[in-house]
Write a new protein. Structure first.
Length: 384
């Protein structure tokens, strides 16, 4: 089989302590258009791999001083060479050797005496795969950088908007308080609309700030007083609960879990607000929790219209609004919840409730599973 055009000039490092083996392999591969580096010892191979950055290593398994297993182990332990694909060459077709090599990070084996067409096919396959992996890694890094820049920009803009929005809200409040008697009914109506629009904008700004902060803020996890956090969330949503005439059923007790109280409080506010807004008429909410191994699963069940499978897949995507005709929000609440839960070491899900409606659930690390009462979540933790 001919070598793919895009692979001509690819650099291979060939390691074999026997000169005749090196000559036979290198003569054939040079004819195919590869650039070759040849070495007869493991120590030289490690040095060449670090300095010259080949794209693939053909590594003899049995060599004096340092065998192929040890060379591969050291290559994979070094961040500069860890991604290099390694193909072992061996005269021993032994399953135990192959298993050990794969466990060390080798991508393939080829048995001596080497068949040229087989060798070329394996090299070509792993070179193409390696290049695709490198391309994917590069694009992932680029996307992560762009996302970080976008989040930093969103944070900056949101932070810059806080002061003028607060000032505008204060001016409208003064107008409502001291000039209300001088306004016509139409002017009062316009004032109320302006205040409501301003409150929505301020809420979106706060949500953007929280969404971006969760990605990089360093926090410590502590045992949570979940009953108190739920009580605070319900108190904050008291007006909405009263206006919807919602009934809320709470458990008698909560399993102990680890988390960061301010963030977990935001999770409850968002999930409860969502259930109150989009539950039945009137809404009926049931809250509860179950211990599941090293995690505790908390849930909010409502009696609203069940979400479709497509809606369940997209509900945690930022700026998604599933109830366009009823929503007054900005589509950031559930996205923020997803990011918070992920940062705290849990997962979030939505599924049909056991009897009717929807069940939104999230998990947190259990405080009763042999864990330290305090854990740190750094900026390098998963951000969702």
């Amino acid at each position: 089989m001919p070598l793919a055009t895009e692979l001509r000039g690819a650099t291979l490092l060939i390691v074999d302590d026997k000169p005749q083996n090196l000559r036979l392999i290198s003569d054939f591969l040079a004819e195919q258009g590869f650039e070759l580096m040849l070495t007869r010892s493991g120590a030289q191979a490690l040095e060449r791999a670090r300095l010259a950055a080949p794209e693939l290593v053909l590594l003899d398994l049995r060599m004096p001083d340092m065998d192929g297993f040890e060379v591969c182990r050291r290559l994979k332990a070094d961040p500069a060479t860890a991604a290099l694909p390694v193909i072992f060459m061996t005269a021993v077709d032994d399953i135990a050797h192959k298993v050990e090599g794969f466990a060390l990070g080798a991508v393939d084996y080829i048995t001596k005496p080497i068949q040229r067409e087989e060798l070329l096919a394996r090299i070509q396959h792993h070179l193409q795969l390696h290049r695709l992996q490198q391309e994917l890694y590069s694009k992932t890094q680029d996307l992560a950088l762009k996302n970080a820049e976008l989040e930093a920009y969103a944070h900056t803009i949101a932070h810059s908007l806080k002061t003028p929005l607060a000032a505008a809200a204060r001016f409208l409040e003064i107008l409502h308080k001291f000039k209300n008697e001088n306004l016509s009914d139409e002017q009062r109506h316009l004032l109320q609309q302006a205040q409501a629009a301003l409150a929505t904008s301020a809420s979106a700004v706060e949500a953007l700030l929280l969404l971006s902060t969760v990605s990089h803020e360093r926090v410590e996890l502590h045992p949570l007083d979940m009953a108190a956090l739920v009580g605070q969330a319900l108190s904050q949503l008291g007006g909405l609960q009263a206006s919807t005439r919602a009934a809320v059923q709470l458990p008698k007790s909560w399993p102990a879990a680890l988390g960061y109280a301010p963030w977990v409080g935001e999770v409850w506010v968002n999930l409860l607000s969502n259930a109150l807004k989009y539950g039945g008429s009137p809404p009926r909410l049931e809250l509860g929790a179950t211990a599941e191994g090293t995690q505790v699963r908390f849930w909010v069940r409502d009696n609203g219209q069940p979400l479709s499978e497509e809606q369940r897949r997209s509900v945690f995507i930022p700026f998604t609004r599933l109830h366009q005709e009823r929503a007054e929000g900005h589509g950031l609440g559930l996205a923020t919840v997803q990011r918070i839960v992920s940062r705290l070491g849990g997962r979030i899900a939505v599924q049909p409730a056991p009897r009717e409606g929807n069940e939104f659930s999230f998990t947190l690390p259990s405080a009763d599973a042999g864990r330290s009462p305090r854990r740190e979540v750094s900026s390098r933790a998963a951000a969702g």
